[in-house]
Design a protein around this ligand. Sequence first.
Ligand code: ATP
Ligand code: MG
Length: 273
Amino acid sequence: RVNRQDFMEALEEVHPAFGVSEEELQQVIQNGIIHYDTVVDEILRSGELFVEQVRSSTRTPLVSILLHGPPGSGKTALGATIAQASQYPFIKLISPDNMVGYSEQQKVTAITKVFNDSYKSPLSVVVVDNIERLIDWTPMGARFSNAVLQALLVLLGKRPPKDRRLLIIATSSLRPILTDLGLSETFDSEMRVPPISSLRSLEYVLREVELFPSDQERRDATRMLEEAGFGSDRSGLNTKLQIGIKKLLSIIEMARQEPDNAAQRLTSALMGL
Ligand code: ATP
Ligand code: MG
């Protein structure tokens, strides 16, 4: 027989400390993941391997990885995708976007709480998004919140309690400063998320988001981009095209507003970068 106490205990078991912030994760992957280059699959695959490692190896209860790359290259979305795909019972995103207006101390408290909650679950993933913004990094005078940095240094290196396992996925656009801050040694592995730099990848994205109603129109647009100098040279290199997927998607949406002139809009927006 199930009595009231069993029932209350069951409720408690499923409730507070454990948790997956579905909405938060979904929000940062809103536009999905476009597989415009093998590097995208490689990053997701590596992430999957770390997820499996934490799940199955008793020797590594704590694994932390860093996704770094230029602004808008897709770090947050990839980190969230890896986290979500883990299907761990505890998945949380620590994002500066959710801490607007927080004092230093409030940030430290919020970050510490997520880690403490994670220690209650047998398996957890914590995404520490945009480290430089979390610590309020200001290039001018190289200032930052030392309190938040110190908290992160401790939490990123802290082994979870017995029988608890934790995967940390951090992101940053400022890889070089992490070394000066003493943060880079805490990561077990680093993966670079590059910008889009080939016309082929760009065309892949254009096809995927269906900016052009027909293949012919898309090919015409690609030719226009090639003529504007976005193709690769004889050695296969291209130095002109360097754009994060985030920015590219926003340019595409802008071009979509003017269907008759989309190719031209796209090209001039890319030239103006
Ligand atoms: P920032 O430097 O501003 O923090 P970011 O590098 O974290 O930017 P995201 O915020 O992840 O970039 O933005 C990437 C956007 O592109 C998301 O909306 C995501 O859904 C979309 N996207 C499409 N394809 C990919 C992909 N292959 N990898 C990552 N994001 C992708
Ligand atoms: Mg980001």
